[in-house]
Design a protein around this ligand. Structure first.
Ligand code: NAD
Length: 329
């Protein structure tokens, strides 16, 4: 099948070409984002593959359908960037990668906690400048601390298991209970009890219900000095409110791998330009904030599974086989 791969990065192209040796698709790579102005590039491609910052709204889907696209395959778990209702109306099937090394994201979230709490990012910079001072680098023991996991699905549960291994008390907030989360010692709580946590880590999807789940109100109710970790989606956090909470010391630190306005910034080298986004610039100026560019998924294992699953979904679609990764409303 002819596939147009949008937001294609070099590290994906090499691996996709290798994996495609068994699928034999006709792949064309587009480095650009899929958005209203670039959607016409997909004309004549029955399959289009996208990533998290591509815009797959009603307008773009309309253009895709008019150009003959029947399948949109997102190389991600999250699908908040796709208008599923519009896709359904236009007869465009949407598939994702429901399951790929959730360990990659869970382990990264743990890494962010260790770096943020023990200020390893600051120590790294200091020692390179010949500064071996410890002032300002004090952290806290993780053992005995309370860690709140918002969203105890695949990633949240693995994250919880690792934190339990550090001797943390793990509490969870989710609409559905995971027996695995409880088996590893996690305790489900009501929203108010999250206020007891020393560390809050977000692992729920971005939906209308979870948009700004971390708001000024939530932040004001947290334990003073708590750490916030977001490896899920930027829209879960009201970033302006988080900045105010960091300024007042209510929030002790924040590590984010995702950012509400990340489209246009993340996955690009902007080091030679003046970045016009004042919010991200303010955030990176804080000593107790770590920003990474949506790299939590980025392990050899996860990327291999993401790309193989995407090609396999296109093969299944082409052959009329059942689609295990179809997103249905
Ligand atoms: P999952 O579907 O297994 O788990 C999500 C959990 O969130 C589920 O248990 C669900 O019940 C819960 N949830 C849904 N709405 C909720 C709400 N209102 N309040 C509390 N909990 C709620 O998904 P997963 O594989 O664990 O992935 C979680 C998220 O991680 C994805 O949606 C995606 O946004 C993000 N992610 C980020 C990266 C990255 O590189 N940074 C990579 C993969 C996934």
């Amino acid at each position: 099948m002819r596939i147009a791969i949008f937001s294609a990065k070099n590290y994906e192209r090499t691996l996709l070409d290798e994996l495609n040796a068994t699928h034999h698709h006709d792949i064309v790579y587009f480095e650009t984002l899929l958005e209203p102005d670039t959607a016409s590039l997909s004309a004549g491609f029955p399959a289009v593959s996208v990533f998290v910052n591509d815009i797959v709204d009603g307008d773009v889907l309309g253009q895709l359908a008019a150009g003959g696209t029947k399948l949109v395959a997102t190389r991600s778990t999250g699908f908040n960037h796709i208008d599923l209702e519009a896709a359904k109306k236009l007869g465009v099937t949407v598939v994702r990668v429901a399951n790929y090394s959730p360990n990659s994201v869970a382990e990264f979230a743990v890494g962010l906690i260790l770096v943020l709490n023990r200020k390893i990012h600051r120590a790294y910079n200091r020692t390179r400048e010949g500064n071996f001072e410890l002032d300002g680098l004090m952290g806290f023991d993780l053992v005995g601390r309370t860690v709140a996991v918002i969203g105890t699905g695949k990633i949240g549960t693995i994250f919880a298991r690792i934190m339990a291994g550090f001797g943390c008390k793990v509490i969870g907030f989710d609409k559905y209970r995971s027996p695995e989360f409880e088996r590893i010692g996690g305790r489900y709580v009501e929203a108010e009890e999250i206020e007891d946590a020393d560390i809050i880590s977000l692992h729920c999807p971005l939906t209308p219900e979870t948009y700004h789940i971390v708001s000024a109100r939530t932040l004001n109710r947290l334990k003073r000095g708590a750490l916030l970790i977001n490896t899920s989606r930027g829209g879960l956090v009201d970033t302006e409110a988080a900045i105010e909470a960091l300024k007042s010391g209510q929030l002790g630190g924040m590590a984010i791998d995702v950012y509400e306005q990340e489209a246009g910034l993340f996955f690009k080298d902007l080091s030679s330009t003046v970045i016009p986004d004042d919010v991200i610039q303010r955030l990176v100026s804080f000593p107790n904030v770590i920003v990474t560019g949506h790299q939590a998924f980025f392990t050899r294992e996860a990327l291999g599974t993401i790309l193989e699953t995407t090609l396999a979904s296109v093969s299944d679609f082409a052959e009329g086989r059942p689609l295990t990764n179809e997103i249905t409303m």
